[in-house]
Design a protein around this ligand. Structure first.
Ligand SMILES: C[S@@+](CC[C@H](N)C(=O)[O-])C[C@H]1O[C@@H](n2cnc3c(N)ncnc32)[C@H](O)[C@@H]1O
Length: 304
């Protein structure tokens, strides 16, 4: 799907979404009523019976990725090295979790100044500094020497990267031989997107993504970068399907005009979010998700 791109995309859209300066950021203000969006910016992971709209949801996703990574690391050539690079670390919640639960030393890089600053503040507030640090940096030029790190992960961020195979080559460059790479990302289901191009275009525009990989194109790109896939899970039913259900409920509750208008005033007062922007975000997401157009994949690979 590299050839079917969001041509209007610009990296400043990503900054806007994560700095509260474009209308897409209103979704995070809205979600902040239930979850700590100043620490976590991923859709999380919930099994049947687990309540989804809360901070623990993000931690479940992070732990699932970390457990698989740590298991592979324990049989790697450098099992006692503790350094993890978090590419596009957002507001730092995942990196801090990697310290507090897995005793890793984490360096996070992110392209959005607001997020890198927020992550640094969070690390200090949660006593994770100096073992957890954050810098400004871009995924296509990681500020690390060749073969210098035992662990790299990137959680739900590559969707925003304009050249994901180039990013994977960068990961491979900085990883030591036998080092572990863990990835969580949105994936497009090609046949559905090609049959519903406008809905896919609207989804990409709403989430400020230039394009999405398919599960197959990710597998090809990982192999081409010298990253041998060891395990993969499609976990759509544990996050995006739940998001889709919540989107549906939101849209149903938005139907009575009086309710929408009262809630709009309340939301503005409580969070600063404009409900009209949230509505557009939810609608574009629901249209794509209900068709099964977007999957969510977890990947664990080893640098060969
Ligand atoms: C959905 S958030 C995920 C953040 C974090 N991994 C988490 O799980 O909370 C995506 C992040 O990717 C960052 N980002 C987008 N493009 C980037 C790039 N080219 N290089 C580095 N960071 C980038 C954004 O600034 C944002 O913080």
């Amino acid at each position: 799907m590299q050839d079917f791109r969001n041509l209007a995309w610009h990296v400043s859209d990503v900054h806007g979404q994560y700095s509260y300066t474009n209308p897409h950021a209103d979704l995070y203000l809205y979600l902040s009523q239930w979850s700590d969006m100043e620490s976590y910016l991923n859709v999380g992971y919930s099994r049947l019976g687990q309540y989804h709209l809360q901070t623990a949801t993000h931690l479940r996703l992070i732990d699932r990725l970390a457990d698989g990574m740590v298991a592979l690391h324990s049989v790697s050539p450098q099992p006692h090295e503790r350094r993890l690079l978090d590419v596009a670390a957002g507001r730092g919640g995942a990196a801090i979790r990697a310290r507090q639960k897995y005793w890793l030393e984490v360096v996070g890089v992110d392209i959005t100044p607001y997020n890198a600053n927020r992550a640094t503040l969070n690390a200090h507030e949660q006593h994770a500094a100096p073992w957890v640090k954050f810098n400004l940096g871009s995924a296509d030029r990681l500020p690390f020497a060749n073969e210098s790190l035992p662990l790299v992960w990137s959680i739900e961020s590559p969707a925003h990267f304009p050249d994901k195979p180039a990013f994977l080559r960068e990961v491979s460059r900085v990883l030591k031989p036998g080092g572990i790479f863990t990835l969580a990302d949105l994936l497009v289901v090609e046949s559905v997107a090609l049959a519903n191009r406008q809905i896919y275009a609207d989804f990409m525009e709403t989430w400020d993504v230039p394009y999405l990989e398919t599960v197959e194109s990710y597998q090809t790109a990982l192999a081409a970068a010298g990253l041998e896939l060891r395990r993969m899970e499609i976990v759509t039913q544990y996050n995006l399907d739940i998001l889709n259900r919540d989107c549906w409920l939101f849209l149903q509750l938005s139907k009575p005009k009086w309710l929408y208008n009262s809630y709009k005033k309340f939301l503005k007062w409580r969070t600063g979010a404009n409900l009209d922007n949230v509505y557009r975000h939810v609608l574009a997401s629901h249209r794509a998700l209900q068709l099964g157009m977007i999957d969510y994949g977890l990947f664990w690979a080893v640098k060969v």
